[in-house]
Design a binder for this molecule. Structure first.
Ligand code: AMP
Length: 417
């Protein structure tokens, strides 16, 4: 049975906590952005303050085995400073028995990078490039078999399991999905995970209507599952960014050199058809800022998205589209935003994306629930200084995207089961 971190009695208990401490390090192994470490602190602090001890586990990067470059040793002091208690370090996550056993209430232990072991991801390593299918299957079976021992060993360190790693919730790894079953009555989410789950729920399952999704980004192919799921759920669907041109071309528009995927035009039309059948209003960027060069001082023009000259390309939403979208945003009670509506990395083409951030901030101030999640729109709102002016900014790019696609995330399902 799933427990709740607020009501669980941690007194004298050892909690093994999966966090996402996959932070960027510079060449001197200094942390360049500690957002992920700070995000897990409410959970870790709550447990030690309630008389429990924490065994912290995480991955860092994509090591192919033991590799100092990806050692969590580099972050121990920083974690201790943020947590406010000394943090012991186990330099092998499979040899932490004594350190774990000696933990007293209020103490903390950080385990070395889980991905130093292939068992964490459950994928074989070091296979020869010319390995046969049989060899691949045998290697996979071998790592799956030893994965059971790996999970059991990690579980043996603790009395309860807390998952606070939303960033890896879409991965069915040992520490995110498999370990939970060793704590049938002592498993729960941490506060970060709770916040993300609540945000997903507020938008996908319990939204106050009208519900609007703004989906941008470069390609239809990477957002197809998102669009397919949302078209059955939302009242309004705003489609912007590079992917919008596939929809325009599919309807007979002339899009010049704009980004598009011809093979996805039938899918785009099918989405428009489905939206129509379900009474969902679709708003494309009917007016576009175009350029002939991907540079900040390039000449630009504003034209109809259906009449883009041959050697020009669309790089941002035009003012009329933005004004129309603003009306939709203003009349919505719940808004989900995923993906920039222009090439926001170039300041002159970032105006549309900035406007969306401003409109969402205004809608939030007026009482709407606004979630920014999954990828580059998170970078955009953060960079533009709007992160604290919307209701929730997701910390998990890939995980949030899969949630918006309507998938059950293994890291969430394992705790709920
Ligand atoms: P995604 O990762 O799919 O959310 O896409 C984000 C990327 O889409 C950003 O790097 C944007 O620069 C890019 N993007 C947005 N609009 C356009 C556009 N009109 N043309 C080309 N790229 C775009």
């Amino acid at each position: 049975m799933q427990q709740h971190i607020d009501s669980y009695d941690f007194t004298g208990k050892k909690a093994i906590v999966r966090v996402d401490f996959n932070v960027p390090l510079n060449e001197k192994f200094e942390i360049t952005d500690d957002t992920r470490i700070r995000a897990a602190m409410p959970t870790l602090k709550a447990i030690v303050e309630k008389g429990g001890s924490v065994i912290i586990m995480s991955h860092l990067g994509r090591p192919k085995g033991v590799d100092n470059k990806f050692s969590l040793r580099h972050i121990v002091d920083h974690v201790a400073a943020k947590l406010g208690v000394p943090v012991k370090f186990a330099d092998d996550c499979m040899k932490a028995d004594e350190l774990a056993a000696s933990l007293k209430p209020g103490e903390a232990l950080l385990l070395e990078n889980l991905r130093f072991y292939a068992e964490e991801e459950g994928k074989p390593r070091g296979l020869a490039e010319d390995a046969t299918d049989e060899q691949k299957a045998a290697a996979k079976a071998e790592v799956k078999a030893s994965q059971k021992e790996f999970v059991k060993h990690l579980a043996s360190y603790a009395d309860c399991y807390v998952n606070d790693a939303f960033g890896t919730a879409h991965r069915a790894h040992a520490s995110t999905a498999l370990i939970a079953k060793y704590f049938p009555n002592d498993k729960m989410f941490g506060y970060l995970m709770e916040g993300e789950i609540k945000a997903i729920d507020n938008v996908l399952h319990n939204a106050e209507r009208p519900l609007t999704a703004i989906i941008g980004g470069s390609k239809v192919s990477s957002k197809l599952a998102v669009l397919k799921n949302l078209v059955g759920k939302v009242d309004n669907l705003i489609i912007g960014g590079g992917m919008g041109y596939t929809f325009i071309k599919a309807q007979g528009g002339k899009i010049g050199q704009s980004l598009h995927e011809d093979d996805l035009m039938p899918e785009a039309l099918a989405i428009l058809e489905e939206a129509k059948a379900k009474g969902v209003n679709v708003y494309l960027s009917t007016e576009t800022v175009i350029t002939q060069e991907f540079s900040n001082d390039a000449q630009t023009k504003v034209v109809s998205s259906f009449e883009i000259p041959e050697d020009w390309e669309g790089v941002d939403a035009g003012p009329h589209s933005l004004a129309a979208w603003k009306k939709v945003i203003n009349s919505s009670k719940t808004i989900l935003w995923n993906g920039p509506v222009g090439v926001f990395e170039i300041p002159n083409f970032a105006k549309g994306t900035l406007r969306i951030a401003e409109d969402l901030a205004e809608a939030t101030a007026d009482g709407a629930y606004t979630l920014v999640g999954g990828g580059d729109s998170v970078a955009a709102v953060t960079q533009m200084g709007f992160a604290d002016k919307v209701s929730y900014v997701s910390t998990g790019g890939g995980a949030m995207l899969e949630a918006i696609e309507g998938k059950d995330l293994p890291g969430i399902a394992a705790v709920r089961e």
